[in-house]
Design a binder for this molecule. Structure first.
Ligand SMILES: Nc1ncnc2c1ncn2[C@@H]1O[C@H](COP(=O)(O)OP(=O)(O)OP(=O)(O)O)[C@@H](O)[C@H]1O
Length: 280
């Protein structure tokens, strides 16, 4: 049985527009699954639906199974417990994930002290170990520092440590390297992949970056205008015959990394894709 099974997920905004339409995906135990697509295609909303963190006013239909549990029937309090127990979430901007007025040590030990009822000393011991694993070499000193004293790349390592410290079985990563300096992006992405692989846990990895998805993931879903339009093992993605995936592959920047966002699909190509994919 898969770790996660999303079936027929449809998310409707207050004005009746569909943000996500009939999306189905699964993640097996220990599998790294990429979700790629342009800005606004519904990737983040799908992740939020899985995590039970949809903004107010969005109506969700469909089912979200996690092993034998059905998540869409959970109350808010039950969902919070589920997240604390099973999920680690890494967002794009590490500075938005931490509390600037708390030390990094307080941030990292909080979930263990509050949700797992560990003593401060127990929590700090666990946190020290994980800090070293994610490349924070001097935890004694670094845990007493404040977020502003860290570079973006180092702070994202802290956020990754926080996501792993409660020993979740599924990591949900929403463009975890996009906000970082280009020179740090591959480093942090590989660190996250290696940590997930070592633990044998699952990961959903959202990215705009086709090459990164191909290099990091086992399997990739492609989203376009709220729909999952293609799926392929990562190493077969370049062979896809789907018109939208082909367009993404053609739009893929090669040398100029400043144009990494997938914005170079022309209106004509888009109209042809709409006609084929959406039946428009
Ligand atoms: N609170 C909200 N209420 C209604 N619609 C929203 C809300 N938040 C986002 N949307 C819309 O949902 C659609 C999908 O957004 P989503 O953030 O999932 O896209 P994405 O693929 O993750 O894009 P990006 O890569 O830019 O984050 C967008 O059209 C967006 O405008």
């Amino acid at each position: 049985m898969s770790l996660l099974r999303v079936s027929g997920l449809t998310l409707t905004a207050g004005d009746g527009s569909e943000i996500v339409s009939n999306a189905s995906l699964h993640i097996d135990h220990g599998e790294i699954v990429g979700v790629i697509g342009e800005s606004g295609s519904g990737k983040s909303m799908t992740l939020k639906a899985i995590a039970g963190l949809l903004p107010g006013g969005i109506v969700s239909r469909g089912t979200i199974g996690y092993e034998k549990e059905e998540l869409t029937t959970l109350s808010r309090a039950q969902y919070r417990k589920f997240r604390d127990r099973e999920l680690g979430i890494v967002y794009q901007d590490p500075r938005a994930s931490v509390n600037p007025v708390h030390t990094v040590g307080d941030f990292l030990t909080e979930a263990l002290r509050v949700n797992r009822r560990m003593s401060r000393r127990e929590a700090e011991t666990r946190v020290h170990g994980i800090c070293r694993e994610v490349g924070l070499q001097d935890p004694e000193h670094q845990l007493r520092a404040y977020p502003y004293q860290f570079s973006g790349g180092m702070l994202q390592r802290v956020v990754i440590a926080a996501a792993l410290v409660t020993e979740p079985r599924l990591i949900l990563a929403d463009e975890p390297t996009t906000a970082l300096d280009v020179t740090r992006q591959a480093e942090v992405a590989c660190l996250l992949r290696d940590q997930v692989r070592e633990r044998g846990i699952g990961m959903m990895f959202i990215t705009h970056d086709l090459e990164l998805a191909g290099a990091l993931c086992d399997r990739v879903y492609v989203m376009y205008r709220g729909r999952i339009v293609d799926e392929a093992p990562a190493e077969r993605l370049v062979e896809s015959t789907h018109p939208y995936t082909r367009a993404l592959l053609r739009a893929r920047p090669t040398m100029d990394r400043s144009r990494r966002r997938l914005e170079t699909i022309t209106d004509e190509v888009r109209a042809a894709i709409d006609a084929e994919v959406m039946g428009a």
